[in-house]
Design a protein around this ligand. Structure first.
Ligand code: HSE
Length: 337
């Protein structure tokens, strides 16, 4: 299966690392030979029909921070690379833009328009134009995998679509942002102020490029909207979510809640077409009370009852568990070797 990578930051490089690590496993278990035929970032595009030397690409990024420095790389944009080169699928992992969805939205529509399957972790375009993107996938007869856009490694989209295929999802509530959960957990343990702990989350590389997206609840709202669209058929954008972040949560409030047997968590909830993100008191023994960078989602369904999933909600390597699972499903479904 030939793949083009568009965006070569934390997640794109994490994908290449995971691919190097899993090459033999993928071949042995699935007979799958994943070949990266081009990598584009903001500086240009590296291209090799026989497959990019992935170790070299990582080395180039470590030393120079631009794929243009890969031998023979061209001054070519992601859109041009999607148009110019043959591939089975595009992995779109450029930074998420929640205001315009760009440049991801254009890359995604272009890839699908060219008959290429699409896999992404990029939330912005999905939170703004989910319907347009799933329509484009249908129209062009391509697969659209976005498990990595919500909850990092935590399986939720394919879990609901595949394992709970016969169930109706009645409501979803959960913690969908690793940064705020990390911040609130640390505030509870050490009573440190938000700004200090947020700095640490940024250093760990889990916060958004603009961390106010995490703190103000916007990232949670974007993920909630993706779940509402994908799993409950609700046609909404993140602007339809009533959103309140954790900016006003003080160490004192966290301490008082703890003394009463509660944790303060930033919870996203969709129920009866109402979408809301807000800090809430969660009893310490409740399944939604998970700590650190963990994400959790509680799905209320009509047949199975309640299902709770927990997993690492962010991280360069962990998020690629979801990306790889989408790629493997597409390869198996479409008979790509
Ligand atoms: N900033 C996001 C988070 C990254 O903290 O969950 C993963 O979407």
């Amino acid at each position: 299966m030939d793949i083009q990578i568009i965006g070569f930051g934390v997640i794109g490089q994490g994908f290449v690392e995971v691919l190097l690590r899993k090459e033999r496993f993928l071949k042995q278990r699935y007979g799958l030979d994943l070949k990266v035929v081009s990598i584009s970032d903001i500086t240009g595009t590296a291209v090799e029909g026989e497959g990019i030397d992935l170790r070299r690409a990582l080395e180039v990024m470590r030393q120079t921070r631009g794929i243009i420095n890969y031998p023979g790389a061209r001054k070519m944009t992601g859109v041009e690379a999607i148009e110019a080169f043959e591939a089975d699928a595009v992995l779109e992992v450029t930074p998420s833009n929640i205001q315009t969805g760009e440049p991801g939205l254009t890359h995604m529509l272009k890839a699908m328009g060219q008959g290429k399957h699409l896999v992404t972790s990029n939330k912005g375009p999905l939170a703004l134009r989910f319907r347009a993107l799933s329509d484009a996938a249908k129209k062009n007869g391509v697969e659209f995998g976005f498990e990595a856009s919500v909850g990092g490694a935590m399986p939720i989209i394919n879990l609901a679509k595949v394992n709970l295929a016969g169930d109706e999802i009645l409501a979803i509530e959960g913690i969908l942002n690793g940064t705020t959960n990390f911040v609130l957990s640390r505030m509870a343990k050490e009573e440190s102020p938000l700004e200090i702990v947020l700095k640490e989350a940024r250093e760990m590389g889990i916060a958004e490029a603009d961390p106010s997206y995490d703190i103000e609840g916007i990232d949670t709202a974007a993920k909630l909207v993706i779940l509402a669209n994908a799993l409950m058929g609700i046609d909404a954008t993140y602007r339809d979510v009533k959103t309140q972040g954790i900016r006003k949560v003080t160490p004192e409030a966290v301490k008082l809640a703890k003394e009463d047997g509660y944790a303060i968590k930033l919870i996203g909830e969709v129920r009866n077409s109402h979408l809301e993100v807000a800090p809430r008191l969660v009893p310490v023994d409740h399944p939604l009370n998970v700590d650190g960078i963990l994400n959790v989602a509680l799905l209320q369904t009509d047949v199975a009852g309640d299902i709770t999933v927990v997993g690492k909600g962010a991280g360069a390597i962990e998020t690629n568990s979801a990306i790889l699972s989408d790629i493997i499903s597409i390869a198996l479904k479409r008979g790509l070797g």
